[in-house]
Write a protein that binds this ligand. Structure first.
Ligand code: GAL
Length: 384
């Protein structure tokens, strides 16, 4: 035991401020530390998602972890980056997979945008610029592989100034979707949607139906996909079933039935940053409270069925720092073998580019999700 702790300290703790680079591969997680890719650049994948995929690389079939997230190198106005890894510690940059369209002219003049959008009408081009133009908000990108169409579907929180709201950056409140035949893009924006809503009974924001802000995706064992999002002005979480292409709701919002096509969980509870996972047949929905870039207490709701009765399991975090989720906000939960792993963002609102990542192991005890903090840990089970 002492020896393995010493080994862990040596392999992680003795490296100067974890300024790891290609010549010293990472061999552990160091929550909140500077995290570089294998080229030595800061990883830019905030509000992201890690998942394992099998795909073609240079004519070979590979299975790798893929991390997508917000590229905040220019600050507020993010694009979407992708990285790949075989060991979860060392990440190769795979490029910017969704780019914002800089101008109307770029659609004709820039070959990248021309190849994606040249067939759009003027009206569609205007909508495209509104959705992913220079001042659009692109946040919390999440990816699914669609086996039916053998393509990749990228969803993200799409926001911006609206015609009725030209002073508030989050005046649109939509979820947008883009597709690509290859995992690392380029992704072509196809639509920006409002989602399901409730009109009979309480609605915390009845004048703006179907908003989608912080969001996530969930793929169930039967390949049915769901979008999980905060709606009603960040007051109520929803889970909605997606269609077979994963590109839209399964049933149009005007026809969708609560309990069959979507569910609304603890209306008015003011939760966001949702992450849905499944352990031992039970659904666990983790979220944060709504305090912008500032960290707050996480909460887990759990249920035996996806649209079932969720119960409040309380704060999954244990120990020092639990009231502020170890200074993070939830963004992804993924598996390494049987080990569930939490990925949170430690936002730096003054310098979003330098927001940090926190990876922590998750355990399930008496059917409750628990997250404990370790300053260094690895996948061999060593933790300090
Ligand atoms: C947070 C949200 C982030 C971002 C931020 C902007 O609440 O989780 O994704 O939207 O607010 O203030």
């Amino acid at each position: 035991m002492l020896l393995s702790l010493f080994a862990l300290l040596n392999s992680c703790g003795s490296l100067p401020s974890f300024a790891r680079n290609q010549s010293i591969p990472y061999d552990c997680f160091a929550p909140g530390d500077v995290y570089n890719d294998t080229d030595g650049n800061l990883i830019q994948a905030h509000g992201g998602q890690i998942s394992q995929y099998t795909y073609q690389e240079n004519g070979e079939t590979v299975t790798k972890y893929v991390w997508i997230g917000e590229d905040r190198k220019n600050g507020y106005y993010a694009e979407v980056n992708a990285y790949s890894s075989t060991d979860l510690y060392n990440w190769d940059f795979e490029g910017t997979i969704l780019k914002r369209v800089p101008s109307m002219e770029a659609i004709d003049e820039d070959s990248y945008f021309n190849s994606l959008y040249s067939s759009l009408t003027l009206r569609e081009r205007e909508d495209l610029l509104k959705a992913i133009g220079p001042t659009s908000v692109i946040e919390r990108p999440k990816l699914l592989y669609n086996a039916k169409n053998d393509n990749y579907v990228l969803w993200f929180h799409q926001d911006g100034y609206s015609s009725v709201n030209d002073y508030y950056r989050y005046g649109t409140g939509n979820a947008a979707v883009a597709v690509s035949d290859s995992i690392f893009g380029p992704y072509r924006f196809i639509a920006s949607h409002r989602l399901n809503y409730v009109t009979d009974g309480f609605n915390a924001n009845p004048n703006s139906l179907g908003e989608a802000r912080d969001m996530n995706l969930f793929l169930d064992d039967d390949n049915q996909a769901y979008i999980v999002y905060t709606s009603e002005n960040n007051k109520s979480l929803f889970i909605s079933r997606l269609n077979e292409d994963y590109t839209d709701l399964a049933v149009p919002a005007s026809l969708a039935k609560e309990g069959e096509d979507f569910t609304r969980i603890f209306p008015n509870a003011m939760r966001e940053a949702p992450v849905l996972t499944k352990y031992d047949g039970r659904y666990y929905l983790m979220s944060s409270s709504t305090t912008g870039w500032m960290s707050n207490s996480a909460r887990v709701y759990s249920s035996d069925t996806i649209f079932g009765k969720y119960v409040n399991d309380g704060n999954p975090c244990v120990g020092n720092g639990k009231m502020v989720t170890f200074d993070t906000q939830s963004t992804s939960i993924f598996k390494y073998g049987e080990q569930y792993i939490y990925l949170g963002d430690r936002w730096d609102s003054q310098d979003l580019r330098d927001s940090r990542y926190v990876f922590l192991p998750i355990t399930f005890e008496d059917a409750k999700m628990q997250i404990r903090y370790y300053s260094k840990w690895n996948l061999k089970g060593e933790r300090i």
